[in-house]
Design a protein around this ligand. Structure first.
Ligand code: ASP
Length: 584
């Protein structure tokens, strides 16, 4: 038996007990006549003691040469510590060691295995197995496990069954490029790794399984924007005989359960906001509603004066930044430079200081009087002491820019408290999205999403106006889940493919299996998928999903520990009938 107890378990109630422990050497302190060793495992740290008076001299000598991260097995007696350490749960006791066995030695680790390590990100990724020994990473993985167990518990209690769907499939269009896998047995043909199990979960509904979930890996070959992973995990779900509200209620239940079980928080009903309202009020389809600074549209009250910048703009819109009227000229200039950066791309900003005495001072005093400015304050909800920041231009860009400014100001003012949770549903998304470059429409969610009842005909006349039975669950400014009610009849699905630019032949070649299935009694159905990595990070009060993934990839999609992706040898290529043609 390697151990009778873990390194986090022993207390003063165990004093005089003979125990066996196994673990890693966290650190040793050699005071000459006495040597202390901190022994660590997943559960904690226990102090071992060896001394001239009580220990076998041979064991004492062995203890002196132990290195960091050596793996030990020790036998000994639990004794009371003379100087107790109230910082750790085992701090009342130590083990007077009578037997010491080195189970394995260790090279000196390339960084310290401490909560605050000296190792940089790259080094820690290369030696991820050592990084996982550190508390912060270990705790995150344990936290993730707790969340997934709660998800499984909740959904199975609600009658969902977990079904595994295949990884070697044909392309599922979810807006990204596919990762492909060559097939040895089918010369020249490739599988695609699923961007999600979308079509399979729909087929499970045709199969009559009624309620499905799957904690599943998905693969998307995207240019990795910050904090995305080429393979990531979804809680993928589908239900039959449901309308939009049924799905929202079911998964509001799951989210509420997680907030309660994981974070100890009771949450009320989640607000439901239409996409159009979210864009109008926050300039964003995943608004962070933990703080105000809602948009105030000023077209009607700010146009038709002599200020041409506003007169020629499609949208004039502002936010009131709390307490920022005290900003100096220099601070405001810095803010203007911030929104002019290419990442935000605004041309300029008009501002109004709402003075404590009720007067206003603006950057456009030449064009607007106090009464005008007081109306702006009313529309943006500004109070004395606030700074109104106003942007103008075309609708979509201006909203995006002001949303970026809103988030930045909230960050600077400390309004994005990671311990506070503000979930909401955004519903009624547009069905289609115009690709500015190609002039073609593509599905905003995916091609299987159904239009709102009665809107199918609009596809021919005003495609951009068609709204979908599609919804996102948003938490603290992040989309943590998204789904839709699906099309479940062949004709509508064919119409949809036609509008997305597929010829009937292409649609049949790619999705014939789904349209065929729809002819055999497909029930109405809908579902959702949560991004588990992000959900876990947010519930854990953190930002980076990588910190919650055991073996993540870096920003170039590489696993630097195993060094993947990698070239394969000629024999393997030959077996697959592949030849490389890499431009030099
Ligand atoms: N398959 C979709 C996604 O991955 C989710 C869904 O529609 O259920 O975003």
């Amino acid at each position: 038996m390697y151990r009778s107890h873990t390194c986090g378990e022993l207390r003063s109630s165990h004093i005089n007990k003979e125990v066996t422990l196994s673990g890693w050497v966290q650190k040793t302190r050699d005071k000459g006549f006495v040597v202390w060793v901190d022994l660590r495992d997943r559960y904690g740290i226990t102090q071992l003691v060896f001394d001239e008076e009580r220990s076998d001299p041979e064991i004492l000598e062995k203890a002196r040469v132990l290195g960091r991260e050596f793996v030990l097995q020790v036998k000994g007696t639990v004794i009371e510590r003379s100087s107790k350490n109230s910082n750790i749960p085992t701090g009342e006791i130590e083990i007077l060691v009578t037997k010491l066995k080195v189970l394995n030695e260790s090279l000196i680790p390339p960084f310290t295995i401490e909560d605050k390590t000296d190792g940089g990100e790259d080094l820690r990724m290369k030696y991820r197995y050592l990084d996982i020994r550190r508390n912060p990473v270990k705790e995150n993985l344990i936290f993730r496990s707790k969340v997934t167990i709660e998800v499984r518990n909740y959904l199975s209690k609600q009658g969902f069954i977990e079904v595994e769907t295949p990884y070697l499939i044909k392309s599922t269009p979810e807006g990204a490029r596919d990762f492909v896998v060559p097939s040895r047995m089918n010369e020249g043909q490739f599988y695609a790794l699923p961007q999600s199990p979308q079509t399979f979960k729909q087929l499970l509904m045709v199969g009559g399984l009624d309620k499905y979930f799957h904690i599943v890996k998905c693969f998307r070959d995207e240019d990795l924007r910050a904090d995305r992973q080429p393979e990531f995990t979804q809680i993928d779900c589908e239900m039959a005989f449901v309308e939009q509200d049924d799905v929202l209620n079911a998964f509001e239940g799951l989210t509420r359960h997680l907030l309660l079980e994981i974070n100890g928080l009771e949450t009320g009903e989640f607000p439901r906001l239409t996409y159009d309202d979210a864009m109008k009020r926050f300039g964003n389809d995943k608004p962070d509603i933990r703080f105000g600074m809602e948009f105030g549209e000023l077209n009607e009250i700010a146009q038709h004066k002599d200020f041409n910048v506003f007169n020629s703009s499609e949208l004039v819109v502002g936010i009131a930044v709390p307490g920022a009227a005290s900003y100096t000229r220099k601070e405001i200039d810095q803010l203007i430079n911030w929104i002019r950066r290419p990442q935000v791309g605004a041309k300029g900003m008009v501002y109004v200081k709402c003075n404590e005495d009720g007067s206003y001072k603006s950057s456009v005093d030449k064009f607007y009087n106090q009464e005008d400015l007081s109306k702006w304050a009313k529309h943006t909800g500004a109070k004395p002491g606030d700074l109104i920041c106003i942007l103008s231009g075309n609708i979509a860009e201006t909203r995006t820019q002001l949303s970026a400014l809103r988030m930045e100001m909230a960050e600077r003012l400390g309004l994005r408290n990671p311990k506070e949770f503000a979930p909401l549903w955004v519903v009624d998304f547009p069905l289609l999205e115009l690709d500015e470059e190609t002039g073609n429409y593509h599905a905003m969610h995916h091609p299987f999403t159904s239009p709102k009842p009665g809107q199918l005909e609009l596809l021919d006349t005003d495609p951009a106006a068609v709204r979908a039975n599609a919804y996102d669950l948003v938490l603290n400014g992040n989309e943590i889940g998204g789904g839709s009610i699906r099309i479940h009849d062949k004709e509508t699905q064919a119409t949809m493919f036609r509008h997305l630019g597929f010829t009937p032949e292409e649609a049949k070649a790619q999705f014939g299996f789904l349209m065929d299935a729809f002819q055999y009694g497909a029930p109405p159905h809908g579902g959702i998928a949560f991004g588990l990595d992000r959900l876990v990070a947010i519930l854990g009060g953190q930002e980076t999903i990588r910190d919650f993934i055991a073996f993540p990839k870096n920003n170039s999609g590489r696993d630097v520990m195993i060094d993947a992706p990698a070239f394969i040898d000629d024999a393997q290529l030959k077996e697959l009938n592949l030849k490389l043609d890499i431009p030099t």
